[in-house]
Design a protein. Sequence first.
Length: 375
Amino acid sequence: MSSRTPQGPAPEASVLKARLERAREAAAGTGLLIAPGSDLRYLIGQAGGSFERLTALVIPADGPVALVVPKLEAPGFTGSPLEELGVDVVTWVDGDDAYGVAADRLRGAERVAVSDFTPALHVLALRDALPKVEQVLAGPIVRELRMRKDAAELDALRKAGAAIDRVHARVGEWLRPGRTEAEVGADIAAAIVEEGHVLADFVIVGSGPNGASPHHAVSDRVIEAGDVVVVDIGGPVAEGYNSDSTRTYAVGAPRDADVAATYAVLQQAQQAAVDAVRPGVSAESIDAAAREVITAAGFGDLFIHRTGHGIGLDVHEEPYIVSGNGLPLEPGMAFSIEPGIYQPGRWGARIEDIVVVTADGVESMNNRPHHLVVL
Ligand code: ZN
Ligand code: ZN
Ligand code: ZN
């Protein structure tokens, strides 16, 4: 999520306070330095912005939490209940040694965990300010908190899922022969906002051969009758939580004779993976559930990415649904299930839902039909 994303109200101060305490506990003696972005929004309710001037939340192993922030950026944090959270706001002005200010708050620490997307500019300057302190990534610490969503976070994901479902329900209004992917994409982007997101974060309209490129965006290719079209779209709602859903459409009867049979395999694979979700099973077993169906049908080489990714304040976050990830699933974990089959040079298809692990199974945030939608 970009720092320019418009923000809705922050969570209750009591919720944020508990998160800050849990972050400190999870850090287990390591200092934490959190730069602007989704980790900061998770902890204090505001994402801030990363610039050449240092802004960082400093959480020492003990002692008060501090927000080190350039004086000119401080007004950007008025939406955060910093006072109620007991966070010291430490402003600095050009000419001050901001890294020295942050370092002072971390003195005595043997290790400092730095949030994953902290600019190298700041990481290396902090290393100079704390030459004897080991730097590690904060991702493994913060993900322990962010991976399990609470009730309010799940409500925001449901709201985002319902909003993107409403956009998919309208794709037939725009996807027609003679229009370019870019034209269709612009209409979809407008609808993403109309239906309740604060912005359209990404719009993929992959028609014909472009559908075989999973991260294609849009192009000037003119859509033709008979095209299969992958539409993968999403964005954040005011609470900051994201939608991400893919459906595959056909503009009239598909040109390629193998579409129906191949698509049936994909639909079966996606359903098998959704049906496999419950507490206690591993993330990689969900990937395997989809992959086994596709491989058994002879398309294993055409499924060229992991089955899914976690989602929340970021579109891609932990847990990743990928071979090698033995993480046991727990209630509250939210992630995509999005197998695809890509026929190079001809067409591609993907089906993507966001699902949440419940106490005894799975809940889908997306509820549009899964079949190939022939327009
Ligand atoms: Zn992706
Ligand atoms: Zn997607
Ligand atoms: Zn996705």
